[in-house]
Write a protein that binds this ligand. Sequence first.
Ligand code: FAD
Length: 400
Amino acid sequence: MEKVLIIGGGASGMAATISASQDTARQITLLERQPRVGRKLAATGNGRCNLTNMQTEPCRYHGEDPGFAAPVLRAWPPERVLEYFETLGLKTHTEYGGRVFPMSGHAGSVLDVLRLSLEKPNVTVLTDCPAETVSRSRAGFSVTAGGRVFGADKLILACGGCAGAKLGGVMDGYGLAASLGHSRTPLYPALTPLRTMPEYPRALKGVRTEAVVRLKRGDHLLAEARGDVIFTETGLSGTAVFEISRFAAGQRELTAELCLFDDPEEALTADLLDRRRRWPAMEANRILTGAVQSRLGQMLCKYAGISGGVSVSELTDAQLRTLAQAMRAFRLPVTGLSGFEAAQVTAGGLRTSEFDPETLESRIVPGLYACGELLDIDGDCGGYNLQWAWASGLRAGELR
Ligand SMILES: Cc1cc2nc3c(=O)[nH]c(=O)nc-3n(C[C@H](O)[C@H](O)[C@H](O)COP(=O)(O)OP(=O)(O)OC[C@H]3O[C@@H](n4cnc5c(N)ncnc54)[C@H](O)[C@@H]3O)c2cc1C
């Protein structure tokens, strides 16, 4: 019997285990350092698990060589991944932008079907069992974990990255791979909230809105994205912010510019003039009542220099034009990125030039494979990272 050891019971490790176990002539052992498998998976997509994206293209991925992901994504495109999950019993539905979620609305359903599929005679799952050391000899791999020594003919590293520390993101995988001779690229948090000057976000903490977010250095546009924006204690979060966050890494003197209204400035000014005519007695800082969430409306007024205590009728045309400009460009100086703890994904990882892009086998150590976030591949926000975890895990588990 061929002995296969898989380190890491997250998304990619579970996929690899199920894939490898199709061959009943193999005995698979899955080691997970946490008390249960798939802990991070259960928290994905705000508890709903955005498990893939039907618009998956290689251009949605990043790393030293993003093209590395292409063969695996071709072999396991989202359609095939979903068919696979269907065979495991999962029902899904597709939302805007090609984002796929379990029909139940619960990430737990994805985890449930995976755990059920791990219950096989040729699979042993050991939790609370962190792999500590790994070595390779002529006889195969030797791994120490939880006070025991495991031997294996083939080894798959699926330890994930260091993002989402509270959910189990650790550096272990990089160290284990290094002890076998592999190197990694620099790591930095991606899909992470932006820290900004706190004055406005703090007062708006918890407010969620749809906006176009532009990341700028002076007048130079570095990135923009449309989607959810959530104001937090320290700055901005939400899918649109996650999208642009990778462009903020290592940069200084940045501004996040929120465009809360698509209409041209003239149209917005005309609407404000109309509001002044219709509700002259209203308190000035409530002029945007009904147009945006009330706290956000008052904050935009403050930003534009309009305070309460006077009536709308007292606002000048110039003040209304300034407010219209703020509705299209609410600027917040960026002070930095949130760290790995708040990040959804690790950018950087095991150097992909050291792995075969077709099989994910190491070019340095025969019989060693790696998958998921541990490799230097990370995706955009919207289900692309789990798509990579499934596709690469299923591919690595083929043990070709
Ligand atoms: C809050 C949050 C929300 C997210 N939401 C989404 C989403 O909706 N859609 C999406 O596409 N992506 C999402 N992501 C990203 C996605 O979860 C990850 O990219 C994906 O889980 C990576 O899979 P993985 O198997 O490589 O790593 P992980 O899922 O992190 O699994 C790695 C596993 O290895 C284990 N491990 C590590 N070291 C050892 C060791 N030494 N011995 C044994 N076990 C070890 C860890 O405990 C962990 O269980 C989200 C991430 C976070 C943090």
